[in-house]
Structure formats: structure tokens, C-alpha cells
Write a protein that binds this ligand. Structure first.
Ligand SMILES: NC(=O)c1ccc[n+]([C@@H]2O[C@H](COP(=O)([O-])OP(=O)(O)OC[C@H]3O[C@@H](n4cnc5c(N)ncnc54)[C@H](O)[C@@H]3O)[C@@H](O)[C@H]2O)c1
Ligand SMILES: [Zn+2]
Ligand SMILES: [Zn+2]
Length: 393
């Protein structure tokens, strides 16, 4: 089959690889019909290269048709239409019983001191072959795959794999009071859906980014969208808009590659140039993240408010402004999305034919698998109006 394979920093190719096979009684094989590229894949494309190995198959936002199941997989059958959550969880361990699916103890990566395995996401998270491919082997398929109805196009359901539950969790973790306000930093796919979900739940939503078409898209959905570069101090502007207080919640939907953080950018470039073993240590032991979006969250949230972080961070000793956080009494919540925790709440919105979250409009580019290398490059540079690439292998 064809698959998007990582060969090195900024070097993704489409290779012919072996078709996956059932290996465990709890596996399923899915023929992929749609598979998205995520902002998280961009971290792998360059900054997190030290944790990748040549030959790794990328992708963690797939859906498709079940081809084959192992004997212990009973809730889905060949022919079913399914979405695959990006975290691989068993559904029956202690963590899964608490619905902390991103921390599943069956697939936890204890040697790496990391949580549940993820599709297509580095040796820190199990080095499981990903879903930007024609076929995918799904471990723990007795639990993971989400069956979806026939009829609506893939786009309506595809984002149940990651974008929608991540955004839903970001809003939930931001603890916005009834009729309250939230600022969303970053208006990529995660930020866009986070804004829509917060608005759907009745919040006043302010969004911040630097990419004109992303700001424009957010405005279409009623977001008060601010261009970071047009304001000397974005948090001051937001305080002015909110009676001097700041918003009840602030959400970081940017992560470690934030714009406007020269020190972190230098560290990331340095790590990229070092041999893998050294770079791995540097990333784990040093202040590698670009923190400007997170700092802006701390500054923008009102006193006693909550900061919710969905952007991915990877440094171990990032400088954190403890005085500000402590003095303001800020609460922090973060983490990988516990995908299946939120599906029952989201499902009514994606099965509603009015498509209230406008999932069908999120993809800016539909491509065949052979176009994946170009897509990574365009997406990283945020060129050509790129917001979300969906691969249809
Ligand atoms: N927690 C999870 O489970 C989970 C799941 C999916 C994605 N993520 C993470 O969420 C983040 C966003 O993902 P995405 O797909 O939307 O990525 P993306 O790269 O498309 O979007 C990031 C956006 O942030 C903007 N930005 C950069 N610096 C900024 C700054 N200082 N202030 C405001 N905006 C800024 C960029 O212009 C871009 O539009 C990534 O870090 C990704 O890894 C986390
Ligand atoms: Zn993703
Ligand atoms: Zn589990």
C-alpha cells in the first residue's frame, strides 16, 4: 500500500510499504477513506524530529471502512464506517474507567514515562504506524473505533478523531461560567473549532492569530478576532474589551511553535541540528518551547480564571511565571484529549444535518496520497490559504 513516511526533518515521502495485517485478537484493519494532517504532525515535521525514525508512518486523524477484525472485536464488523480516535486506549483499565483515555494503562509507554500510545506519533508514544496511508492496523479495536452512520460526507465525522474532542476538552477545561468569556490563542483547526464550540455553549469568544484568512474565518463565526501584530500588548487590548479584567478563560491552541519567541526558536533550531541522542536530551532537559502564546494566556485570563492548554509542549524546564500565576490565582488544565470521553456529547452536533459546527467547511484542501509531501510543506508555511488538509487515499 501507499503511505506517508517520515524520512527526516521536512522530508515526508509517499512510499510503497507492506499492507498491515491482523496481529492480535483485538486488532482491526481499516481501509482509509479520509485522513487529515494535524498541527501536531507539523511538530514531527521538524521540531520533534529527534524522536522520529526514518520509516515511521505518519497520521492520527483517520476514518474509513472496516476490512477485517480480530476475534475479540465485536462492536464493529467488516463494511462498517468508522472513525479512529488518535489515542489508543483499551476501555477497561483503571485510567479508562476514569475516562482518562489518553492515559490508558494498557498502552502507556512506561519506559518513556509517557501516557497512552498514539497513532503515528514518535517513539515516545509507542511508534505505532499511523493513518496517512491506504490501510491502517488499529490495535485495541475492541474499544477505539467509533461507528458512524452512512449518508453524510466523511468531513462531517472525520474530526471526531482529534479536532472536535480536543476542542471540546479545551472548552470544558477552560471552565467558562454561564454567559462568560474566553480568549482563544491560535486559530488553526483546533482554535477554530474551539471558538465554535465555546460560542455554541453561549460564551463570548475572542480569538487571536496572525494569519489573515484564519482571522477572517473566525470572524465569520462571530468571533471577535484580533491580529496579534496589530496590538502592542494583546492582553491590554483584551482587558480593555472586558471591563479591565480579562476573560474568564484563556485557551492556548498554539503550542510549542508559537510566533514571537526568539529564544525558544533558537533552541529548537539548535536541537534540530544536533545528533538525535543529544537533541533528545536537550528537548527533555532544557527550555525548548516557544512560550509566547502561553504567556499571553496567563496575562489575558482574569484573576481567578482558568487557563486551558491544548497546544502541545515538550520542554522539561520551561520558564513559568510563577509569581504571576500565583498572584492571579490562575487554574491550569491541559493534556492530550481523552477522545472517547467527549464523543457522546459531540455526536448530536455532527449527525445534525444543519451541521452547526460547519465541519464540512473546515478542510481547505482535499488531496490524493501522492500530494502529501507538498501538503506538509504548504501547511507548515501556512501558504495557499491552508487551514486543513484532508487526504483521500
Ligand atoms: N491536546 C491535544 O490532544 C491536541 C490535539 C490536536 C492538536 N493539538 C495541538 O494544538 C495546537 C494547534 O493545532 P492546529 O492543528 O490548530 O495547528 P496550526 O499550526 O494549524 O495552528 C496554530 C495557529 O497558531 C497561530 N499562532 C502562532 N503563534 C501565535 C501566537 N503567539 N499567538 C496567537 N496565535 C499564534 C498560528 O498562526 C496558527 O494559525 C498544536 O500545538 C497541536 O499540536 C493538541
Ligand atoms: Zn491531530
Ligand atoms: Zn485503558
Amino acid at each position: 500500500m501507499k503511505a506517508a513516511v517520515w524520512h527526516g526533518p521536512r522530508d515526508v515521502r509517499v512510499d510503497e510499504v507492506d499492507d498491515p495485517k491482523i496481529e492480535e485478537a483485538t486488532d482491526a484493519i481499516v481501509r482509509i477513506t479520509s485522513s487529515a494532517i494535524c498541527g501536531s504532525d507539523l511538530h514531527l515535521y521538524e521540531v520533534l524530529s529527534p524522536f522520529m525514525e526514518e520509516g515511521d508512518i505518519l497520521g492520527h486523524e483517520p476514518m474509513g471502512i472496516v476490512e477485517e477484525v480480530g476475534p475479540e472485536v465485536t462492536h464493529i464488523a467488516p463494511g462498517d464506517r468508522v472513525v479512529i480516535p488518535f489515542n489508543i486506549s483499551c476501555g477497561h483499565c483503571w485510567m479508562c474507567d476514569q475516562q482518562l483515555f489518553a492515559q490508558c494503562e494498557t498502552t502507556q509507554n512506561r519506559e518513556e514515562e509517557k501516557g497512552a500510545s498514539l497513532f503515528g506519533y514518535t517513539k515516545l508514544y509507542g511508534q505505532v504506524p499511523g493513518g496517512q496511508a491506504e490501510y491502517l492496523r488499529v490495535p485495541q479495536a475492541q474499544f477505539g473505533p467509533i461507528k458512524v452512520p452512512e449518508g453524510p460526507p466523511d468531513d462531517r465525522f472525520l474530526y471526531l478523531s482529534d479536532v472536535l474532542p480536543t476542542s471540546w476538552q479545551a472548552v470544558d477545561y477552560a471552565a467558562i461560567p454561564e454567559g462568560g468569556s474566553v480568549t482563544v490563542f491560535g486559530l488553526g483547526p483546533i482554535g477554530q473549532m474551539t471558538c465554535r464550540i465555546a460560542a455554541h455553549k453561549g460564551a463570548r469568544v475572542i480569538g487571536v492569530d496572525i494569519v489573515p484568512e484564519r482571522l477572517e474565518l473566525a470572524r465569520k463565526h462571530g468571533v471577535e478576532a484580533l491580529d496579534l501584530e496589530e496590538h502592542d500588548d494583546i492582553s491590554d487590548t483584551i482587558r480593555e474589551m472586558t471591563e479591565g479584567r480579562g476573560t474568564d478563560g484563556a485557551i492556548d491552541a498554539v503550542g510549542m511553535e508559537a510566533h514571537g519567541a526568539p529564544v525558544g526558536e533558537f533552541a529548537q533550531k539548535a536541537a534540530g541540528l544536533l545528533p538525535d541522542a543529544v537533541a533528545e536530551k536537550l528537548i527533555e532537559k532544557a527550555a525548548i518551547d516557544r512560550m509566547s502564546a502561553l504567556y499571553a494566556c496567563f496575562d489575558t485570563v482574569r484573576r481567578g480564571g482558568t487557563v486551558s492548554i491544548s497546544g502541545v509542549y515538550g520542554g522539561m524546564v520551561d520558564p513559568i511565571p510563577m509569581m504571576q500565576l500565583f498572584d492571579k490565582g490562575v487554574q491550569l488544565r491541559m493534556g492530550q484529549a481523552h477522545v472517547k470521553r467527549w464523543i457522546d456529547e459531540i455526536m448530536p452536533l455532527v449527525t445534525d444535518d444543519a451541521d452547526p459546527l460547519e465541519t464540512e467547511e473546515l478542510a481547505s484542501h482535499k488531496i490524493g496520497i501522492d500530494e502529501v509531501p507538498n501538503a506538509y510543506e504548504t501547511f507548515q508555511k501556512k501558504e495557499d490559504g491552508a487551514i486543513k488538509f484532508v487526504i483521500q487515499p
